[in-house]
Design a protein around this ligand. Structure first.
Ligand code: ASP
Length: 327
């Protein structure tokens, strides 16, 4: 991508028409885990790729029209929240007490403003609530009933909690309880969703949304809504969204650590992402990240068998992948 950017700069100098074609990039994920061909039916494979494509379409439509990276990441994540295939919004995992408790965060690399919510029960698109916290409140992080009340004040769509529930997720909770399994045993993947983007104005943004871990208790909150852990964006370095065993991503400050490595140590985004995923692996954690940067780079790194992921850019490149061997 660096070579591409250099080539882009060269063509700007050579062709005034091309100068108007500013560069943009979008990368999304739908969770990492033991995602192998043997575990996924052809129908599921097709439906998941269709959902990833729909999310990419929603974001790239905005970026191609010179819209903001913030609008693009919110739009892409809303599509994934509304899909039952991912652990965010509709299709979220169940808590031990049989609820869907949703967490989300968003960050603007231009201003480093951020918004986050945890334990949301009724707001259809938690990512839009996180954005409202960022733009319409003096705060960064709201939790529980207060976050839903703020959503009502902001006129965001409220739904019956049944909207989020799917039979597959309920079965996972039941299996976990009867067989005394871990959340990872019943749900072989971390189905959190996320998006990072660079817009034509050179600004980056990141967004992440999740239902957390199956059977979570005691109002457990993972990394996804924690700015610096599951989400970070800084125009000086990069934008990151993570998925995985959240406790490890919090302990490592994963998303901020990737941007800090790029900004202060001169790592490429890929080097920084690989280093931080290796560090998480060394502590016993697993998962993955997606990263973009003001250079237009589009990278991912994960230490699991697969990660639902996709990327597209203004050069017309597009890639949708599930398994490790798909690049
Ligand atoms: N990182 C999320 C959490 O710990 C889980 C996931 O990625 O699915 O809540």
């Amino acid at each position: 991508m660096r070579i591409l950017s250099l080539f882009g700069a060269l063509s700007l100098a050579l062709s005034p028409a091309a100068a108007q074609d500013a560069q943009w990039t979008l990368v999304i994920h739908g969770g990492a885990g033991t995602i192998e061909r043997a575990r996924i039916t052809p129908d599921q494979d097709r439906e998941i790729r269709a959902a990833l494509n729909a999310a990419i379409d929603a974001g790239t439509k905005i970026l191609a029209a010179k819209g903001s990276s913030l609008d693009a990441v919110e739009a892409a994540v809303r599509v994934l929240e509304d899909s039952p295939h991912f652990n965010a919004g509709r299709g979220a995992v169940f808590t031990w007490d049989g609820q869907n408790e949703l967490d989300a965060s968003i960050m603007d690399g231009r201003t480093r403003k951020a918004g986050a919510v945890a334990g949301v029960l009724r707001t259809r698109n938690p990512i839009s609530l996180a954005r409202a916290v960022m733009e319409k409140s003096p705060h960064v992080f709201l939790g529980g009933g207060g976050a839903d009340r703020f959503a009502i004040d902001q006129g965001l769509e409220q739904v019956d909690p049944k909207w989020f529930a799917t039979p597959e997720r309920l079965l996972q909770l039941e299996q976990m309880k009867t067989k005394k399994l871990s959340s990872y045993d019943v749900d072989y993947k971390f189905g959190t969703v996320g998006a990072v983007a660079l817009d034509a104005q050179g600004h980056v943004a990141a967004a992440t949304s999740t239902g957390g871990m199956t059977g979570k208790r005691w109002s457990r909150i993972g990394d996804s809504p924690v700015i610096g852990a599951g989400t970070y964006a800084d125009d000086r370095a990069c934008a990151v969204s993570a998925t995985g065993s959240g406790e490890y991503f919090i302990r490592v400050g994963a998303a901020h650590e990737i941007c800090a490595r790029i900004r202060m140590q001169g790592d490429t985004p890929k080097q920084a992402a690989d280093a931080v995923i290796a560090e998480i692996g060394g502590l016993g954690g697993s998962g993955g990240v997606i990263v973009t940067s003001p250079s237009g780079s589009a990278d991912w790194s994960f230490n699991t068998e697969g990660m639902y992921r996709a990327k597209a850019n203004s050069a017309g490149e597009r890639h949708v992948a599930i398994y490790q061997d798909e690049g």
